[in-house]
Design a protein around this ligand. Sequence first.
Ligand code: SF4
Ligand code: SF4
Length: 307
Amino acid sequence: VKQVTVISGKGGTGKTSLVASLARLAAPLVTADCDVDAANLALLLPGLDGVHAPFYSGRQASIDPRLCQGCGLCQQACRFRAVAVEGAGPARLNPFACEGCGACVLVCPEQALELVEKLVGVWTVRPAETGPLVHAMLGVAQDNSGKLVSRVREEAARAARAEGLELVLIDGPPGIGCPVQAAVGGVDLVLAVTEPTSSGEHDLSRVLDLARQSRIPAAVVINKADLDPQARQRIESLAAEAGAPVLGRLPFDREVPLALARGELPLAVPAMAGRIERIWAAVQDLLVSDPGPAEAPAVVAGTSQIR
Ligand code: SF4
Ligand code: SF4
């Protein structure tokens, strides 16, 4: 099973709509939305409702009010102000502040406290029109998004094996932090979607650095490429220095947001369709040629450039 992760460093570059378009061209395949804080790929790839499963990670305190005598020792022991005793009532827990350290459990003379597994999110596998789509939703104010991303990828790989599919296309989270590293680790190709702006340039630099450090081949797509020719040139130079071929340059087209508002993909826009098809063909070429780590000389800047 080949795995391709599409990332952008920043939001709003058109990454998810490109993922959905590539998925339509590559179908049948498994798609995985690893932006667990704000998953939206399912909006672009309609399908039936799927199987939902809880995701537990870490632990937090749980108070049995029947045993609590309100002595306040747990409140004194908690460095995170997550548990408090007010009046004569039993201790009350603020689950958003609890770090699961267990100090309160140790000091409670009534054994009214215990550490329990923490429900931090839900993951889902649903039959989309392009094949199984795995996505997840991290709970409000929960951390451990990297672990939930890993679970999404595990379930995506499992779905691919179960259905005999050869490609997992991953819609990565924004940034370059823990969730992104969980989304790119061990994949065959990182496809970075950027735009010719200062922030696009800056974030592409960080994304390509991440791919290089992870020893994963990278390629670039420049969206809204005609908005600023000078910035585009700087991005192309950046990609060339990193040994990441530019697989496509998509123009700015007002028809794209209008198509998305109608629930259609950029593929439905005539100015985009051929360009996206060529990007998909170039991705396939890279996967077949297995170019190796990003630093390897086999990946030569510009060899897969498409106009
Ligand atoms: S230490 Fe135990 S008994 Fe005392 S207030 Fe906390 S939970 Fe209640
Ligand atoms: S587990 Fe730790 S952080 Fe949570 S309430 Fe107890 S002492 Fe506070």
